[in-house]
Design a protein around this ligand. Structure first.
Ligand SMILES: *Cc1c(COP(=O)(O)O)cnc(C)c1O
Length: 411
């Protein structure tokens, strides 16, 4: 099996397992599908990478080299962007509970746009700007009440969501009052993010139309950001829409709704995270022991919930192969289990795979989003290395953690 032109067995020999592998050519293709198709003659457009899906220096460099913008939700992510010289004017800073020091850090580094989540945050930011004599551009995160049909833990836009404010609620009105009088804060527009791993584009067009109607309250053309959440293929149950179609559909919907409502906007933004990185990522494991119980057969791997928490957290499904046996008959129904002391540490339940033996390599697909970024040191597992592959080249972009590093902060 090869990723780009590089043999997966060679990657194991050179970097060990577990190993996160990214196909850089695929990353670039995904980025270009959005950049080339999310364009309009009637308003500006901007595509932001939601960095929380996979935030490491090399990824931020790639985003920068493609001229894409960046969404961060924490100072840690912002710090990563700063460390590689990412232009701060192209950064959007999200989060429902940014502390005063978070906001101060963002102002000091001239972050382009702060996405304000709630009334108290706006009051804090206004005070801070006054005291520090700083200016800020903001957009406000709205809860537009659109519920996307994905797993309930991932849905964010129901009325009691922890994210955003509800249009015309008392808090919303209060915020508009503050913004009207503010000398330091420039209100640019609105943001909405309706969920994740969404396949139904109607959910987005519905949210977008709601935002456009709200634009009628304002004299100046606003910036609208409709978030990310575009679905990807994990298993054959998932039928994603290709990202060029996603982009074009959103643009067309926006243009049409603007005409119908007779409003103009300054700019439309989207912020895909998962859909840029997920399918470009693989995780490579070595199979250890194989165990048969009365009703099950387990293939034990040398990683698990520490490098991929999603199956345990959301019952996420994955597909896998035994490297070198992709075309063999898949006549064993097995459960791929990790090595953590946790019964829920199962990466894939009941997947048909060929017969494997200890030492075989198992590869899981579509692990590029929320795998590395949600990894943990539970059981004091070491965080795996990350490699980017392109053409014949494999480049180490994150070193495997060492045991010294694992305990270095402990006093
Ligand atoms: C998580 C998140 C995204 C990205 O979602 P994906 O499902 O990874 O595309 C975009 N915007 C906001 C505000 C988010 O919280």
């Amino acid at each position: 099996m090869k990723i780009c032109n590089v043999d997966v067995v060679k990657l194991k020999e050179q970097f060990g397992t577990p190993l996160y592998i990214y196909d850089k050519e695929h990353l670039k293709r995904n980025i270009m599908l959005y950049l080339n198709n999310f364009k309009s003659k009637e308003f500006d457009t901007e595509v932001l990478f939601a960095s929380k899906a996979f935030c490491i220096k090399e990824m931020v460099r790639l985003i920068n080299s493609c001229n894409m913008s960046l969404d961060v939700v924490s100072i840690g992510e912002l710090y990563t962007a700063l460390s590689v010289g990412f232009p701060m004017e192209k950064v959007y800073f999200h989060g429902n509970n940014k502390s005063l020091s978070d906001l101060e850090f963002a102002l000091e580094h001239n972050v382009g746009t702060i996405v304000v989540d709630n009334l108290m945050e706006l009051i804090a930011l206004e005070d801070l700007c006054k005291n520090k004599n700083k200016k800020a551009n903001i957009i406000i995160r709205l809860n537009v009440g659109v519920e996307a049909h994905t797993h309930k833990f991932i849905v964010t836009a129901h009325v009691d969501s922890k994210f955003g404010v509800i249009y015309n609620s008392n808090d919303y009105k209060e915020m508009m009052k503050i913004l009207k009088d503010s000398k330091n804060i420039t209100f640019k527009g609105f943001h909405s993010h309706i969920g994740s791993q969404i396949f139904d584009l109607d959910a987005f067009t519905h949210a977008l139309e709601k935002l456009i109607v709200i634009c009628k309250d304002f004299d100046k053309p606003l910036v609208l950001n409709i978030g990310g959440g575009f679905g990807v293929h994990y298993t054959d149950e998932d039928k994603p829409i290709s990202f060029d179609i996603v982009s074009k559909t959103l643009i067309n919907t926006c243009e049409k709704a603007l005409k119908e409502n007779n409003v103009k906007i300054e700019k439309l933004c989207i912020e895909p995270g998962r859909s840029i990185v997920a399918e470009a990522g693989y995780t490579l494991y070595t199979i250890g022991y194989i165990k048969k119980t009365p009703n099950k057969e387990y293939y034990f791997i040398d990683g698990g919930m520490t490098d991929n928490i999603r199956p345990a957290l959301y019952q996420a499904k994955y597909d896998a192969d035994i490297v070198g046996k992709e075309n063999e008959l898949k006549k064993h129904i097995v459960t791929v289990a990790g090595k953590c002391c946790e019964s829920g540490d199962l990466i894939i339940e009941n997947i048909p795979l060929p017969e494997a033996k200890p030492g075989d390599l198992l590869i899981t697909y579509t692990t590029g989003a929320y795998g590395y970024s949600m990894s943990s040191n539970y059981n004091k597992a070491l965080t795996p290395a990350v490699v980017f592959v392109e053409g014949d080249e494999a480049k180490l972009v994150v070193k495997r953690q060492s045991y010294e590093e694992l305990i270095e902060r402990e006093i």
